[in-house]
Design a binder for this molecule. Structure first.
Ligand SMILES: [Zn+2]
Length: 117
C-alpha cells in the first residue's frame, strides 16, 4: 500500500474495470494493469451511520460514508468515509480522497477517506 489509488485497466480493450474482475467481460482478456488515478470526484451518494457494527470498528460513530464518482472515470465509484467539515455535504459536491490503511478485526486493509473541496 503506497498511498495511491489504482483502478484495474484491461490491457487489451483498454477499458477500466471496477469492481475488478479476473477476466474482462468485454474482450475476454485475462491481462490487466492497475493504473494510478487522481482521487478526486463528486459525491454520488452518502449516508450517516449512528451506531457501530461489525467491520466498522475503525470508525467512531456518527460518521459519514460517501460513494464518489471519480472525475477521471465517472463510471467508477469508490466508497470511503468523509472527514473534516461537513457544511457543504450534498450529492454532487466535489471531494478529494486519500488512501491509507485501517485495521479491521486485527487485519490491516487499504481504505479511502475523503474531504470536501
Ligand atoms: Zn478487455
Amino acid at each position: 500500500m503506497k498511498g495511491e489509488v489504482r483502478i484495474q485497466f484491461c490491457a487489451r480493450c483498454r477499458k477500466y474495470r471496477w469492481p475488478a474482475v479476473f477476466h474482462c467481460p468485454d474482450c475476454g482478456s485475462w491481462d490487466h494493469v492497475w493504473k494510478p488515478v487522481s482521487p478526486k470526484g463528486k459525491i454520488y451518494s452518502w449516508t450517516r451511520t449512528w451506531h457501530t457494527f461489525a467491520g466498522a470498528d475503525a470508525f467512531e460513530p456518527p460518521f459519514v460514508s460517501i460513494v464518489v464518482s471519480l472525475e477521471e472515470i465517472p463510471a467508477v465509484r469508490l466508497l470511503g468515509v468523509l472527514e473534516g467539515d461537513e457544511q457543504n455535504l450534498a450529492t454532487g459536491a466535489k471531494v478529494s480522497g486519500k488512501a491509507h490503511k485501517i485495521t479491521v478485526n486485527g487485519t490491516v486493509i487499504p481504505a479511502l477517506s475523503w474531504t470536501l473541496d
